[in-house]
Design a protein around this ligand. Structure first.
Ligand SMILES: O=C1C[C@@H](C(=O)O)NC(=O)N1
Length: 367
């Protein structure tokens, strides 16, 4: 097959993105469009998390004020504060889904859940309201039972099966799958179970993050055979597997201990989990899919399948994005303009290093 020099991608949609809080949000929001996307399904793990419909509504208003042209969709953070009545209120306010974070497994998940059954009434109401349950699919580490970051996703899958059996009509999404076991599990379940796959998990394996904090994210990238299963399902064009980038920026100082952090405090430093892909997202997806022979599945992966699962057809006015084959280098970092003159210690607090910093993409967006 000859390799194309141009591509047209209809209305790319990112069904899992983190846009954070001040001072980062105003830097991050324009990057959604810069990366080629006009729909962003935004995660609620802020500090404090978005546990009430009024929180999410206010956050969405803020995002829309920063970029009225991007379609932002909102989520609620599953917590004991949530009741069936609040689910009804959320649905009326246009909030699309509820995100479940098991306690302690990732960024701002201290208030996350430990037991799904206590939320069955909430899930019942979500099913009625046609809302989506977004699942961070890991269980907390439990060394007595051989559960670590490497086995946490596989150990979660029994919860997914049980939830789907109990709520077969509730649409749920297993977020950022990383294992062959997860792919097989989702395939075996019904039409109401979808699965997002991030571009970084199509690229990384364990060796790429062990000792390299910039590539550390949750769930961690797994073994080459797991990555192969992710690539194969995207290459097969399975309509329930689609893009959620989990673009999750963290300032450099929380990913990499700076030279100014000495002694015990440097040793105590734990690396923030998250990989930043928003500003390069569409060219990155094209570059990666082409690298494993799946470029013909790009439109399904970044647009059609997720939009169909969520029921957000492309709006007539939202245009397609054109890509042109050109090698271009990814920036080393991003920082708010107002901060560019800061000294390096202060800049560290707002400067974000993107995925593949300094490496090359094979595609660029035609502007
Ligand atoms: O689930 C998540 C959350 C995210 C974040 O930083 O918010 N970072 C991750 O790596 N995974």
């Amino acid at each position: 097959m000859s390799s194309p020099s141009d591509l047209t991608v209809p209305s790319p949609a990112d069904f899992h993105v983190h846009l954070r809080q001040a001072p980062l949000t105003s830097l991050l929001v324009p990057h959604v469009r810069e990366g080629g996307f006009d729909l962003a399904y935004v995660m609620p793990n802020l500090t404090p998390p978005l546990t009430l419909p009024s929180h999410t509504v206010a956050y969405l208003q803020h995002l829309r004020s920063l970029d009225p042209r991007t379609h932002f969709l909102g989520t609620l953070y599953l917590s004991p504060a949530l009741t069936p009545r609040l689910i009804e209120e959320a649905a009326q306010a246009g909030i699309v889904g509820v995100k479940s974070y098991p306690r302690g497994v990732t960024t701002n998940s201290d208030g996350g859940i430990e037991n799904y059954e206590v939320y069955y009434e909430v899930f019942e109401e979500m099913e009625k309201q046609n809302m989506i349950l977004n699942l961070h699919g890991e269980v907390p580490s439990d060394h007595a039972n051989n559960i670590s970051v490497l086995t946490a996703e596989a150990a979660f899958l029994s919860h997914l099966r049980k939830l789907h059996a109990r709520f077969p009509k509730l649409r749920m999404v297993l977020e950022h799958a990383t294992t062959r076991a997860a792919v097989e599990c989702v395939k075996s379940l019904g039409e109401t179970v979808g699965c997002t796959i991030t571009p970084h998990h199509l690229d990384l394996v364990v060796d790429d993050w062990a000792g390299k904090p910039v590539n550390f994210c949750k769930p961690v990238a797994k073994h080459p055979d797991d990555r192969q299963a992710l690539r194969d399902i995207i290459k097969a064009g399975h309509p329930r597997f689609f893009l959620g980038s989990d673009s999750a920026p963290h300032p450099m100082h929380s990913k990499l201990p700076s030279a100014s952090t000495h002694g015990a405090s440097a040793l105590q430093h734990s690396c923030a989990a998250g990989i930043y892909t928003s500003p390069i997202l569409l060219p990155l997806c094209a570059t990666l899919l082409e690298s494993f022979g799946a470029l013909h599945r790009l439109n399904g992966y970044v647009s059609e399948f997720g939009r169909a699962f969520y029921g957000f057809a492309a709006e007539p006015q939202s245009g397609s994005v054109k890509l042109r084959r050109t090698r271009c280098k990814i920036r080393d970092s991003f920082a708010p303009k107002a901060q560019e003159g800061l000294d390096s210690a202060h800049k560290d607090k707002v400067e974000i290093v993107p995925f593949w910093a300094g490496r090359h993409l094979e595609w660029e967006i035609v502007r």
